[in-house]
Design a protein around this ligand. Structure first.
Ligand SMILES: Nc1nc2c(ncn2[C@@H]2O[C@H](COP(=O)(O)OP(=O)(O)OP(=O)(O)O)[C@@H](O)[C@H]2O)c(=O)[nH]1
Ligand SMILES: [Mg+2]
Length: 181
């Protein structure tokens, strides 16, 4: 947390997770101002999922409460851009991990991305948002939570729609409250 002269708190938060989970969409709906994004036409296997993909980062800013500003940095989902993950994570205070409930094995996705972001998670806070959850398997929420407990990373898991501003604001709020505690 950074305090300015007006004692405004600035939080740097990372949004990570697999291709198509909704990271770019989430930052777009959350941001109060125009976002910076680096969408490029998808190649290879990604184009079966969607037309464009993030190749470097997304950036947006949102006001949470009167004196709290959240700076959101979205990562590329693709492994081949994983050098950006570490760069973006520097000095971050928290991680929002978005997991797509419709992917083949969401628990394996959680494991994989959590392991990659463990250095950040260890020194900060984590929340998990399960997107594309409209027809989510009844036990998926429990399996994701159980996995977090099994690796000793207790964190809130919530089903969210990345296109829904209020749901996403709630997820950010739950993360920031963990940091501020
Ligand atoms: N049905 C449904 N669609 C969603 C949900 N969340 C996101 N989407 C859609 O899924 C797509 C996700 O695309 P992006 O936001 O580009 O995904 P991303 O995580 O940034 O992917 P990469 O940048 O390629 O890693 C968008 O078309 C969203 O509108 C959800 O909860 N339900
Ligand atoms: Mg993206």
């Amino acid at each position: 947390m950074t305090a300015t002269s007006e004692s405004k708190h600035i939080y740097k938060i990372i949004v990570a997770g697999p291709v198509g989970a909704g990271k770019t969409e989430a930052i777009r709906v959350l941001s109060d101002k125009g976002v910076v994004s680096t969408e490029a036409l998808a190649s290879d296997e990604v184009k079966n999922i969607k037309k464009t993909t993030t190749v470097a980062m997304d950036y947006g800013i949102m006001k949470l409460d009167s004196n709290e500003q959240v700076r959101l940095y979205g990562t590329p989902g693709q492994k081949r851009f994983d050098f950006m993950w570490e760069i973006l994570s520097e000095n971050a205070l928290g991680l929002i991990l978005l997991i797509n409930a419709e992917d083949e094995d969401p628990v394996a996705d959680l494991k994989e991305y959590l392991e990659s972001f463990m250095p950040l998670v260890k020194g900060s806070a984590l929340v998990v948002g399960v997107t594309h959850a409209e027809n989510m398997a009844w036990d998926l929420h429990q399996r994701l939570s159980d996995y977090l407990v099994s690796v000793n990373v207790p964190a809130n898991v919530s089903a969210v729609d990345a296109r829904d501003k209020e749901q996403m604001r709630q997820l950010v709020r739950s993360l920031v409250y963990t940091i501020a505690d």
